[in-house]
Design a protein around this ligand. Structure first.
Ligand code: B1M
Length: 212
């Protein structure tokens, strides 16, 4: 079995220590970190997601799989986040209120950092007031929101409304993403941009700031 298959397997079989080990091995073999991410970690998490959806596994298993994914991400982070030049813009990012999913948001954070952005990661369950306080504190160019659950999607729209009410809407661009989010919905609720995945998020962030 190749190291990427072993890595994917370590997520599916809930083995954080192995995930870390295989990520290190894949890097040592000279495999591109983006490939390790997509064909190892994300591929494994996709299988876990499908099994969770079919009720073949439950929250405790998903939590250990998420832990394994994060163990791998920790190995890749220094490489993916390496910035070679001055930041091209500042982004604050968080998972919206009542939502604790953070794997995708953390991936987007790493890819943005690697793409030349300075990123302030506000974590999960971020309420509109915390987004507003962070805009005032950090003066970002872009506010990023991640949302994974349909029942809490409304917090994305509520946060945009709160940013408008606070008189801060004109000074930031807003980018949203997460599995249930579509481009059409994002634009409809007043966001400036949408990212289907972490790579698209970096492209969108550059576009929003007019960077070629
Ligand atoms: Co939850 N969960 N979960 N979960 N979970 C989903 C989202 C779900 C789709 C599973 C299912 O099929 N049933 C479902 C939501 C259903 C719905 O709303 N329609 C669900 C549910 C229901 C729940 C709970 C309610 C379960 C329960 O308790 N009964 C509960 C809610 C807790 C809460 O948040 N309040 C819950 C809990 C959990 C765990 C804690 C166990 C764990 C999270 C661990 C963690 O994140 N630290 C978890 C996980 C892991 C998942 C699945 C299996 C995987 C999510 C993930 O990490 N994907 C997920 C099923 C699925 O999505 N297929 C599921 C991998 C990640 C790389 O992809 O996050 O989509 P993703 O991010 C992508 C893009 O979306 C995009 O780029 C990323 C990288 O490519 N992107 C952005 C994301 N954010 C972006 C922001 C941007 C741009 C792009 O700009 C700012």
């Amino acid at each position: 079995m190749s190291v990427l298959e072993e890595l994917k397997n370590s997520i599916i079989t809930y083995k954080p220590a192995k995930a870390k080990e295989y990520c290190q091995q894949a890097l040592a073999e000279g495999i591109d970190p983006g490939v390790i991410l997509s064909e190892g970690l994300i591929a494994g998490m996709s299988v876990v997601g499908a099994r969770f959806k079919k009720n073949e596994i439950y929250v405790p298993e998903v939590l250990i799989a998420a832990k394994a994914t994060h163990a791998g991400l920790d190995v890749l982070k220094p490489i993916l986040s390496e910035r070679k030049t001055e930041p091209i813009g500042k982004v604050i990012i968080g998972t919206v209120k009542d939502d604790l999913h953070d794997i995708g948001k953390n991936l987007v954070t790493m890819m943005l950092e690697g793409g030349g952005f300075e990123v302030v990661n506000l974590g999960v369950n971020v309420d509109p007031e915390k987004f507003i306080a962070a805009i005032k504190e950090h003066d970002p160019d872009i506010v990023g929101m991640s949302s994974l659950i349909t029942s809490t999607l409304h917090w994305v729209e509520d946060t945009i409304t709160a940013i408008e009410s606070a008189g801060l809407r004109d000074q930031v661009k807003i980018m949203v993403g997460g599995a249930p989010v579509t481009e059409e919905w994002a634009l409809q609720i007043g966001a400036d941009g949408f990212g289907k995945d972490a790579t698209a998020a970096v492209e969108m962030a550059r576009k929003l700031l007019g960077v070629a």
